[in-house]
Design a protein around this ligand. Structure first.
Ligand SMILES: O=C(O)c1ccccc1N[C@@H]1O[C@H](COP(=O)(O)O)[C@@H](O)[C@H]1O
Length: 199
């Protein structure tokens, strides 16, 4: 089970995510209580070992802005929310980073349909922490896709059983307040997602 922890802002939480075995860590570079500067993202990404993917999260910015900010942040993947056309993903191919397409369950659910490398199937309002009907997508997405939206340590195992994703992505569910992560919740989430939780 691939696990991405998103919206990280503090070195201690990046370290916690890496230590408990997260596969990817996300930095939000778009409008959000979790937004950080490209310079801080670069600093945080520099401490992440190469086997963990560093992801910059955008929502609706132009490809020119995505390109410039990604270079400044020094990350290895770009995650695009919003109604980006296929052409935007094609235009970003030469960045040489992993491209992640994120959207609600209403869109095209085939990973690769837009030349992306990974797909995230999310709630209608990304980063809101609102659960949705995860079971409704079971059997529909194809390829390397992550389930997101309202996941937390207490519900992720059930969500995985219901939707059968390749991976999971979380932000709000490992926070004690909007934008404030908790290392214990990060640990619990990764364990629960992989079915290794105690008790
Ligand atoms: O986390 C944010 O603030 C955010 C803002 C804008 C676009 C995407 C954002 N995060 C993504 O939303 C989901 C997590 O949602 P939740 O908070 O766990 O319900 C995930 O894909 C994040 O990468």
């Amino acid at each position: 089970m691939y696990v991405k922890i998103c919206g990280l802002r503090e070195p201690e939480h990046v370290t916690a995510a890496v230590e408990v075995g997260a596969d990817a860590v996300g930095f939000v570079l778009t409008r959000s209580p979790r937004r950080i500067t490209p310079a801080l993202a670069r600093e945080l990404a520099a401490a992440v070992p190469p086997h963990v993917l560093t992801v910059a999260v955008f929502a609706g910015e132009s490809t020119e802005e995505v390109r410039a900010v990604t270079a400044e942040a020094g990350v290895r993947a770009v995650q695009l929310h919003g109604d980006h056309p296929h052409a935007d993903f094609v235009a970003l191919k030469d960045l040489g980073v992993t491209l992640v397409r994120a959207g609600a369950a209403a869109g095209d659910l085939r990973c690769g349909a837009y030349d992306e490398d990974l797909l995230i199937v999310d709630a209608p309002r990304p980063g809101s922490g609102e659960p949705w009907d995860w079971a409704a997508v079971r059997g529909r997405p194809e390829g390397r896709w992550m389930l997101a939206g309202g996941l937390d340590p207490s519900n992720v195992a059930g969500a995985v059983a219901a939707a059968r994703p390749w991976g999971v992505d979380v932000s709000s569910g490992v926070e004690v307040a909007p934008g404030v992560k908790d290392s214990g919740l990060i640990r619990d989430f990764v364990a629960a997602a992989r079915g290794t939780a105690a008790g």
